[in-house]
Design a protein around this ligand. Structure first.
Ligand SMILES: CC(C)(COP(=O)(O)OP(=O)(O)OC[C@H]1O[C@@H](n2cnc3c(N)ncnc32)[C@H](O)[C@@H]1OP(=O)(O)O)[C@@H](O)C(=O)NCCC(=O)NCCS
Length: 425
């Protein structure tokens, strides 16, 4: 059976080009509908429970799986999707594939079955990494969040998963990517172009971006050189000659400071830079990201990675997200969960595109019409109000050094930064 035939039977051939990728390879490994492990009843019951779905959802999954198993085109489509996400050598996620019309209101379940099929793969990955079973169970709960918080929210309660999120699930099965409480962490060398110094005696911290980057007068950054045209700009400064560091530091409130500092290397160590081991943090949906839950998760991460990856100790936790847009401080009150969390971290501006991350809030790709966008929650309403003033939406980055997690508080880096700047006057 060819990809085109499968799509015709699905009722939509528009994704033929993407579906055709690796079709012959995946079909060479096709085991036949009744032999696809993730479509077997016992496997579905076990995977669905592990992900935290209730009995009602499990029985809906079982009933759709039965229909898929007995349909050659749906079995092949499900297999091809699973193969592309989890078995292909390089990442090759599905994009805009159709949901079979024949399944009616349950059509999103075909991809949800592929998604929960990652449970044994995540467990195997964790087993090979020598991690405890409880952590694999905590980690696999993510697919339920993809379903409840995103797909079901967008499609009025239907079950399913967005394909853009299915592709991400590959990483849970291949790399040290682990959920610990409210947050997820990926142990990997840092890709951030950042230089973080620490004063040995006082443990004060100052970060710099590379030299010569363009930023706006307010110290924030845009994604492309042409976006700066006609606007007042300045350049970042950063030089380290081994004796002293001279530059315009990043203010932990998330912008490049105008003021120049000079740090003596006899007193200040370079403690974190690109290539050093780090925990790339990811923020699962579901709200309720209280300061206390974030703190607990960070503390757990510090202990966990020390215990299970002692030869790859991370130096810092890092993240890039709309959640670290420093302008959230002006949109929401100081007690909002995100604002409290931000103030415990060192925020760093990034070359953000307009609209970065809005999908996670509105479940629509930017640009979209502000007047018809969903305004059901305080988060959505606050952001829409900001955008309607003609403001630009951005993302930001953050880091917190592992050594600072024990003293994570409201303002971990703020006062000490202000003190250093005061001393430099
Ligand atoms: C990031 C996140 C966890 C922060 O949650 P939080 O600030 O602790 O949220 P709270 O529980 O305090 O809720 C605050 C308001 O935001 C709403 N909200 C929370 N998550 C939401 C989301 N994803 N989309 C829309 N509104 C959301 C809540 O309903 C609440 O509004 P209400 O008072 O009208 O009910 C949350 O926005 C979320 O789940 N986002 C999706 C995941 C994400 O964006 N990850 C980062 C990807 S780069």
């Amino acid at each position: 059976m060819k990809a085109e035939e499968v799509l015709c039977l699905c009722g939509d051939v528009s994704a033929l080009e993407n579906v055709s990728l690796h079709w012959d390879e995946s079909m060479a490994a096709y085991p036949g509908g009744s032999e696809i492990v993730f479509l077997r009843d016992d496997e579905i019951v076990s995977n669905s429970r592990a992900c935290g779905f209730d009995e009602d959802v499990t029985s809906r999954l079982l009933s759709v799986a039965e229909k898929i198993r007995s349909s050659e085109y749906m079995s092949r489509l499900a297999w091809h999707c699973y193969w592309r996400i989890f078995l292909s050598e390089a990442p090759c996620p599905p994009s805009d594939w159709p949901e079979p019309v024949e399944l009616g209101e349950e059509r999103g379940i075909l991809y949800l079955l592929v998604g929960i099929g990652y449970v044994p793969l995540v467990r195997e990955n964790h087993r090979q990494l020598g991690l405890p079973l409880e952590v694999a169970l905590e980690t696999v709960a993510q697919v339920k969040r993809f379903c409840d918080c995103n797909y079901s929210r967008a499609y009025k309660g239907r079950l399913g998963v967005f394909q853009s999120q299915l592709g991400w699930m590959r990483y849970y099965t291949k790399v040290p990517y682990i959920r610990l409480g409210r947050l997820e962490y990926w142990l990997q060398p840092s890709e951030k172009d950042l230089f973080v110094y620490r004063e040995r005696e006082t443990e004060k911290t100052i970060a710099f971006l590379p030299d010569g980057l363009t930023c706006l007068a307010n110290g924030l950054r845009l994604s492309k050189p042409e976006e700066y045209e006609g606007l007042e700009t300045r350049l970042t400064k950063y030089q380290d000659d081994g004796e002293k560091v001279i530059g315009t530091p990043v203010n932990p409130r998330g912008f490049v400071d105008r003021r120049e500092v000079v740090l003596l290397r006899a007193k200040w160590d370079l403690v974190f830079k690109k290539g050093d081991m780090s925990l790339g943090m990811h923020i699962p949906s579901g709200g309720k990201m209280t300061f206390e839950e974030c703190q607990k998760s960070l503390e757990r991460a510090k202990e966990f990675f020390k215990e299970y990856f002692p030869d790859k100790l991370p130096v810092s936790v890092v993240c890039n997200s709309w959640i670290f847009n420093p302008e959230l401080q002006e949109i929401f009150g100081p007690e909002a969960n995100l604002n409290r969390f931000q103030r415990g971290l060192y925020l760093v501006p990034n070359a953000s595109r307009h609209g970065d991350g809005l999908w996670f809030i509105f479940l629509k790709q930017w640009p979209f019409d502000l007047d018809t966008a969903p305004a059901e929650t305080n988060l959505q309403r606050g952001i829409l109000e900001f955008l309607k003033k003609g403001r630009r939406w951005r993302s930001g980055q953050m880091f917190i050094l592992m050594d600072d997690i024990d003293r994570f508080c409201d303002g971990t880096y703020l006062e000490q930064f202000d003190e250093v700047m005061e001393q430099m006057k």
